[in-house]
Every structure is written in structure tokens, then in C-alpha cells.
Design a protein around this ligand. Structure first.
Ligand SMILES: C[S@@+](CC[C@H](N)C(=O)[O-])C[C@H]1O[C@@H](n2cnc3c(N)ncnc32)[C@H](O)[C@@H]1O
Length: 240
């Protein structure tokens, strides 16, 4: 007789510091019989996984894809047939600029039971870990999280009318992000900051303005993963 299908937990690992996973996410990880993880989830989290559990690196970063998405979906499905508790561990929050929603949909459509355990996204943890609030009562009242890179490289980058903009995946395409910010009518002196490897011991911040940020990326050799935040909130503490 075919074994009853297990449940797949789609877990947000948090932005880098392994202590930033949720209590619920950690419990799911400790109980897991099989874990599929990507590059952005802290390797230190894997020490919580049972020795007997199957660990599969499906390695996805901005540039390297060890496995294609179809194969990851297939692995999730096949392992849910074999194991009771399968964890899909994803960096940050599993649904923010991640294929977590596609994986969840594929599993649901395939009749697999899932549970989504949210994580702290780098979009929020990055600025906050450097003391940059994304909103400030009565002063900064809107925030948007955007991609700095689109599948079609000729597509325009979005720069909506919000007081704080947070871009993920913006390092390599910074020239086009700046173009979009200028086109949106923001002054060239608008503050912005790039934050690399947030909530890890190598975390680094570079503050600049819309006018100077592209040069700073070259000068400081800013590398992915990094979060870009744009808006007056960048200097909130300095100015208050
Ligand atoms: C494919 S997206 C995944 C985002 C992830 N789901 C999240 O919620 O943080 C990858 C991008 O997230 C950002 N990112 C993820 N982890 C980061 C970290 N520790 N430091 C800085 N940026 C990070 C970078 O912009 C990176 O290019």
C-alpha cells in the first residue's frame, strides 16, 4: 500500500543570523526527516537537523542555480511521498522575491499538504539592523519592496511613489535602478544605502545619494547579497 503523503513545511530561514529564524520554523527544522535548502539560508541552521535526516542543497543564489525549478518541485513532491516531515528552507521570507509561492502552489495542486512558516525578510532586517526605520510615525508613511533586476534585462525598473523604497537584487543593475529613481522625479540628493550580508558578521553599510550610489558600488566593491534602501528614512537617526 502507498504510504500516506507527508507534509511540506515552507520555512523562512531569516536573513542571515541563524538566531533570526522563528521558534516555529526551528521546531519544524528539528522535526524534519528531509530538508531542501538554498544558499541564502544560513548553513549554521543545518546543525539543528537530525543526523538521520536527508539534506538536499538545491543551491539557488542570484547567479548560480544548482537545480532548475522543475527539478526542485519534483524533489519536494517525491520526498513528500517518502517522508512525514519535509522542510523547504528558504532565505529570508519564503514568499518575498523567492519561488516559495510557486513551490507552494505546485505542491497544493499535486495534492500535498503544506504549511508556510514566514521568515524575517532581508528587506526589513537589512535596514533595521543598521538602525534605519522603513516607516516613521507621521513622517515616513509608505514603503515598497521591489526587485532591482527583472527577467527581461531591457524592462524598466519600478520606482513607485512611496517614501521608502527597498530594492533586492539591485547591485549588478544599479545603473538602471538609478535611472528609474531619477525618472520618478526624486532629487539627486535623496539619501540611499546599500547593506551587504545583513545580520552576519560581515555585514557592511554604504551610505550615499541617488547621484553617487552607482560610483560607490564600484569604489567599495559592493557585492550581492545586498539590500538597497532609498528615502529620507536612511538618515532618520542622524537628523533627529
Ligand atoms: C532571491 S532574493 C530572496 C529574498 C529573500 N526571500 C528575503 O526575504 O530576504 C535574494 C536577494 O535578497 C537580498 N538578500 C537576501 N539575504 C541577504 C542578506 N543576508 N544581506 C543582504 N541582502 C540579502 C539580496 O538583495 C539578494 O540579492
Amino acid at each position: 500500500m502507498m504510504r500516506k503523503k507527508g507534509r511540506v513545511y515552507i520555512v523562512g530561514a531569516g536573513p542571515g543570523d541563524p538566531e533570526l529564524i522563528s521558534v516555529k520554523g526551528l521546531k519544524a527544522l528539528k522535526r524534519a526527516d528531509c530538508v531542501l535548502y538554498d544558499f541564502l539560508s544560513s548553513p549554521l541552521l543545518l546543525k539543528h537537523v537530525k543526523k538521520s535526516a536527508k539534506k538536499i542543497c538545491v543551491g539557488k543564489s542570484d547567479r548560480i542555480h544548482l537545480k532548475e525549478q522543475d527539478e526542485i518541485n519534483r524533489l519536494l513532491y517525491n520526498n513528500s511521498l517518502k517522508f512525514k516531515h519535509v522542510v523547504r528552507l528558504k532565505g529570508g521570507d519564503p514568499f518575498i522575491f523567492s519561488r516559495g509561492a510557486e513551490e507552494a502552489r505546485f505542491l497544493l495542486e499535486s495534492g500535498v499538504d503544506i504549511e508556510v512558516i514566514p521568515g524575517i525578510t532581508s528587506a526589513i532586517a537589512g535596514p533595521e539592523s543598521f538602525g534605519i526605520p522603513l516607516t516613521v510615525k507621521d513622517k515616513v508613511q509608505s514603503v515598497a519592496i521591489l526587485t532591482g533586476r527583472k527577467r527581461d534585462p531591457s524592462a524598466d525598473i519600478d520606482a513607485p511613489d512611496c517614501e521608502t523604497l527597498v530594492y533586492l537584487m539591485a547591485v549588478a543593475n544599479i545603473a538602471n535602478v538609478v535611472k528609474a529613481l531619477v525618472k520618478s522625479g526624486r532629487p539627486a540628493s535623496t539619501p540611499c544605502a546599500f547593506m551587504e550580508k545583513v545580520t552576519t558578521p560581515e555585514a557592511r553599510i554604504t551610505k550615499a545619494t541617488i547621484e553617487t550610489i552607482a560610483d560607490e558600488v564600484k569604489r567599495r566593491r559592493i557585492k550581492s547579497p545586498a539590500v538597497l534602501v532609498v528615502g529620507e528614512a536612511v538618515n532618520y537617526f542622524r537628523e533627529s
